[in-house]
Design a protein around this ligand. Structure first.
Ligand SMILES: Nc1nc2c(ncn2[C@@H]2O[C@H](COP(=O)(O)OP(=O)(O)OP(=O)(O)O)[C@@H](O)[C@H]2O)c(=O)[nH]1
Ligand SMILES: [Mg+2]
Length: 475
């Protein structure tokens, strides 16, 4: 993933913010059922029709499988016993636990059985060795209520997928196809839906490229998919251009921004809820609950307003092409003034998750973006185990939230060249009106020595002070 992200860095840096306040709705262009997301945007009917194209559904059902109305699943976590492909920073138990959590994220999918399967290589036609295949088959025979098999590996080759489906007589999913189904069921905004639609294509292209024969059909399909990809990219570009204009407006209003990033399910949305008190936010206990980048207004201790940006969570072991379309939404994180990296301190795989997020963030931005590390879910660990190098909080119990707000404010002030300045101006004067219009006045009280004057606490930047002096000279 990091290689792809590096390639995309210049694109990411151009960045844009997509905030609720400043987007002009065009309700006449947006069918009602698109209107449920938290993030406002505009979307054209044509693009919706393209997304739900029946010709595409036929192709995607063939290669990605369908979500059906639920499945009872056998989860298999393959593991390489030795050699360079053996995973070092996690354990097979933790990998299997994450695979189970992925399946349980889909509505009406339940895990009936789970097992590890040793592998020597990922390239065998039947993927598993003979002994393992026999074991799986006898398990499927004895547990006849299993309706699908999930093999927790990045992607299976098309040949392997067909072979295993033939042997098991059941639909088989790999991590790519499963995560696509999760994305599809969680995507709410038009932008997220377009990104998911785009993320599906590399998987289908790859599968098609592995098929021999049927040249005419494959060529026809390839052309169709290429044209679909072009349409999706155009539609996304329209949204991006719009987001850029939104970002310009945000700059004009001078809000500082804080991106909340972290591993999926770490508690990012819960933290924003705690920081803003926004009751409409509904954190959910499943992976990839948030796919849309949304901005939420909060207030810091000095009464300075700030925008918190919620982002898609990171996850290990998914192919780069799956995440690539979502990198655009991380643009918002990269242009924020500071980053809050939140992790689930109670998770057994916490260390590997932290490292994965840090590595990904590093590849997204060259400069070292000022970052606050936050250890969430402290209510679930023993007080003696609190980390020393991060701020311990509980987003759901709102412990440590006030300290975090102070820390965010301190970092924003130092990183953005803002400072809080006390000013004495005549009440109702032009200077008084100018400050209220152009700057952020965080408190005001009459001067006890002369009640005609006010003492204002104002958030200023060098630029603002310069403009204020020029204004005073012009009076
Ligand atoms: N006990 C406890 N649970 C928490 C805390 N913070 C979040 N949770 C729970 O963790 C689950 C995930 O929370 P979210 O806020 O949705 O996590 P997220 O990082 O936004 O997840 P994605 O959007 O899926 O990447 C929810 O069930 C929350 O209630 C906490 O401090 N303590
Ligand atoms: Mg979330």
């Amino acid at each position: 993933m990091n290689v792809i992200l590096k390639k995309l860095t210049p694109f990411v840096k151009r960045g844009a913010l997509f905030t609720k306040q400043f987007v002009h709705r065009k309700p006449c262009l947006m069918p009602k059922r698109w209107n449920g997301g938290q993030i406002d945007s505009y979307f054209f009917v044509d693009e919706e029709r393209d997304l739900n194209n029946p010709d595409y559904s036929e192709i995607s059902n063939e290669y990605l499988g369908t979500i059906a109305k639920g499945h009872r699943v056998l989860v298999i976590q393959p593991y390489i016993k030795w050699g360079k492909d053996k995973k070092k920073d996690t354990t097979r138990e933790l990998q299997l636990a994450e695979a189970v959590a992925l399946v349980q994220t889909l509505p009406y999918w339940t895990v009936v059985e789970k097992l590890w399967a040793p592998l020597l290589s990922l390239d065998r036609k039947q993927f598993f060795g003979k002994g393992t295949l026999t074991k799986i088959k006898s398990l499927l025979d004895s547990q006849c209520n299993i309706t699908a098999v999930f093999i927790s590996v990045n992607t299976l080759k098309h040949e392997q997928l067909l072979e295993l489906q033939k042997i098991f007589k059941l639909p088989v999913y790999d991590r790519y196809s499963l995560v696509i189904h999760i994305f599809r069921s969680h995507a709410k905004s038009p932008e997220a839906k377009l990104q998911v639609a785009l993320a599906e294509l590399p998987y289908i292209y790859e599968k098609m490229s592995e098929i021999n024969g049927q040249i005419n059909l494959l060529e026809k399909r390839r052309l169709f998919l290429q044209s679909r990809e072009g349409q999706l990219r155009n539609a996304l570009q329209k949204l991006k251009t719009h987001r850029e204009s939104v970002r310009t407006k945000r700059k004009k209003y001078g809000f500082a921004t804080v991106a909340i990033v972290g591993y999926t399910n770490a508690g990012k949305t819960s933290l924003i809820k705690a920081l803003t008190g926004d009751k409409k936010l509904t954190p959910k206990n499943y992976l990839f609950a948030t796919l849309d980048t949304t901005a939420h207004q909060g207030v810091l201790p000095s009464t300075m307003k700030v925008l918190y940006i919620d982002t898609i969570g990171f996850i290990q072991d998914v192919p780069e092409t799956l995440i690539e379309p979502f990198v655009a939404t991380l643009e918002d994180a990269m242009v924020a003034d500071i980053i809050v990296h939140v992790y689930d301190v109670s998770h057994p795989d916490c260390k590997a998750q932290i490292e994965h997020v840090r590595k990904t963030l590093k590849s997204l931005s060259d400069a070292n973006k000022p970052t606050i590390e936050v250890a969430n879910k402290c209510d679930l660990i023993e007080p003696g185990n609190l980390p020393k190098d991060a701020l311990g909080i509980s987003a759901t119990e709102t412990t440590g939230i006030d300290i975090l707000r102070h820390e965010i404010e301190r970092l924003i002030l130092s990183e953005t060249g803002r400072s809080i300045m006390k000013m004495r101006v005549e009440s109702g004067s032009e200077a008084f009106a100018w400050l209220y219009k152009e700057a952020t006045v965080i408190s005001a009280e009459p001067d006890p020595k002369n009640l005609q004057f006010m003492l204002l606490n104002v958030i200023v930047t060098d630029d603002l002070l310069h403009r204020f002096r020029r204004f005073l000279k012009s009076l």
